[in-house]
Ligand binder design. Structure first.
Ligand code: FES
Ligand SMILES: [Fe+2]
Length: 332
C-alpha cells in the first residue's frame, strides 16, 4: 500500500475531521492543513467559513489576509475580496462596473461546529460526525483541549488509542501499573451510539494528579472502561468508577498529511464541577504526552494490510478497525 494513500483517498477526503477549537477561531483567518490540502478558516457573521488557502489571482495565502467590515475575506496581496459563499466580490484594480472574472470565485469547503470544535471536510461529506450522548446531558460538563500537532500518522494514533496493552509500559508515570501486563480477553461488540469496540476492567494507579480525575484518594482505582472507534479515526474511551463518576474521552486524530496529524480530545464528566477543568485535563494531557513521545518514534503510516504486522488477541479491536478502514478506503 502506497504511503500517500491517506491524502489522495476519496473516502477519507469525504470524511469529517476536527481541525480547530471553536474558542480559538475568531474573525482572524487561520491556516489549517487537512489531507495535504491547505485551507483558510475564519468566523464570519454567518458562521464558520472554510476555503482553499490560495488566492486564485497570484496564489497568496488568504490566511494572511483579514476580514473586512462587510464580512469579506480580503487577500493580503492585491486586495481581492471574497464573500462567505466564496464569490469574489471586489477586485480593487478593476473599475467598479466590471464584474470579477468567473474563475475568481473560491469553491468553499464544508465545515461544521460541534463539541466545541470546528470540523472540516475537503471533499463531499459522507457519513456523520461521531455521536456523544453526554453532550446533551445536563449532568455532564464538556472540557475541550487545545489542538496539538503530532509528528505521527493519524493511523498510528487511532491504533494506539484502541490499545490498552501499552498502559503498563508507556503510562507508568501517570496511571499504568507495570506489575499488571496481562490484558483481559477482547470481545468486540457494538457499543452505544454507533461506536464499535470492547469493554474491559482495568486497575489504574491513582497518583495525586489522577486522584483529581478519579475523585478518589486510594492508591489504586478500579475502572470499568470501553474503547471504541468510529471511522475513519475517531476513538471514544469511557471510564466509569464505582462511585458513579463517568469520564468520557473523545480522542480525535486528524491527518494533516500521511505522517503528521492534529490531536485534540474532548472530555465529558458527570462530576460535581468542584475540580477545575484545567486540573481535570492536566492528567489527560500528561497521558497524551506519553503516547505522543512513543508514537513520534515510529516511522510512516501504520501498515494497513493484515500481514505486515504481528497481532495478538489483545489487538483484536485495532485489527477490526484496520479491516473496516481498508474496506472504506478501497471502496473508493
Ligand atoms: S494574489 Fe490575491 S489578490 Fe492578488
Ligand atoms: Fe496511551
Amino acid at each position: 500500500m502506497s504511503t500517500s494513500i491517506l491524502c489522495s483517498n476519496t473516502a477519507l477526503r469525504n470524511s469529517w475531521y476536527a481541525v480547530a477549537r471553536s474558542v480559538d477561531l475568531g474573525v482572524a483567518p487561520v491556516a489549517v492543513t487537512l489531507l495535504g490540502t491547505k485551507a483558510v478558516l475564519y468566523r464570519s457573521p454567518g458562521g464558520v467559513v472554510a476555503a482553499p488557502d490560495r488566492c486564485p489571482h497570484r496564489e497568496a495565502p488568504l490566511s494572511a489576509g483579514h476580514l473586512a467590515e462587510d464580512g469579506c475575506l480580503v487577500c493580503p496581496y492585491h486586495g481581492w475580496a471574497f464573500g462567505d459563499d466564496g464569490r469574489c466580490r471586489r477586485v480593487p484594480s478593476a473599475s467598479a462596473d466590471v464584474p470579477p472574472p468567473p474563475r475568481a470565485h473560491l469553491v468553499t469547503y464544508s465545515c461544521a461546529e460541534k463539541y466545541g470544535l470546528v470540523w472540516l471536510c475537503v471533499g463531499t461529506p459522507s457519513g456523520d460526525l461521531p455521536a456523544i450522548a453526554q453532550e446533551h446531558d445536563p449532568g455532564f460538563r464538556r472540557i475541550n483541549t487545545p489542538v496539538e500537532v503530532w509528528r505521527t500518522s493519524a493511523t498510528r494514533m487511532t491504533d494506539n488509542f484502541l490499545d490498552i496493552t501499552h498502559f503498563p509500559f508507556v503510562h507508568v508515570a501517570t496511571f499504568g501499573r507495570a506489575q499488571e501486563t496481562q490484558a483481559p480477553k477482547v470481545e468486540l461488540e457494538s457499543l452505544d451510539n454507533g461506536w464499535f469496540g470492547y469493554r474491559y476492567e482495568v486497575r489504574a494507579n491513582n497518583s495525586a494528579l489522577g486522584a483529581l480525575a478519579s475523585g478518589q484518594s486510594v492508591p489504586v482505582v478500579e475502572r470499568a472502561m470501553s474503547s471504541g472507534f468510529h471511522l475513519p479515526f475517531d476513538v471514544r474511551s469511557t471510564i466509569t468508577y464505582h462511585t458513579g463518576l463517568e469520564h468520557v474521552l473523545l480522542l480525535l486524530s486528524t491527518p494533516i498529511d500521511d505522517t503528521t496529524a492534529y490531536f485534540t480530545f474532548v472530555v465529558w464528566r458527570n462530576d460535581d464541577f468542584s475540580v477545575s477543568a484545567e486540573e481535570i485535563i492536566r492528567f489527560d494531557l500528561a497521558i497524551g504526552a506519553e503516547d505522543k513521545r512513543m508514537l513520534e518514534q515510529l516511522d510512516g503510516v501504520l501498515p494497513l494490510d493484515q500481514t505486515t504486522l504481528v497481532s495478538v488477541q489483545a489487538d483484536k479491536c485495532s485489527v477490526e478497525w484496520r479491516r473496516r478502514l481498508v474496506e472504506l478506503i478501497e471502496h473508493d
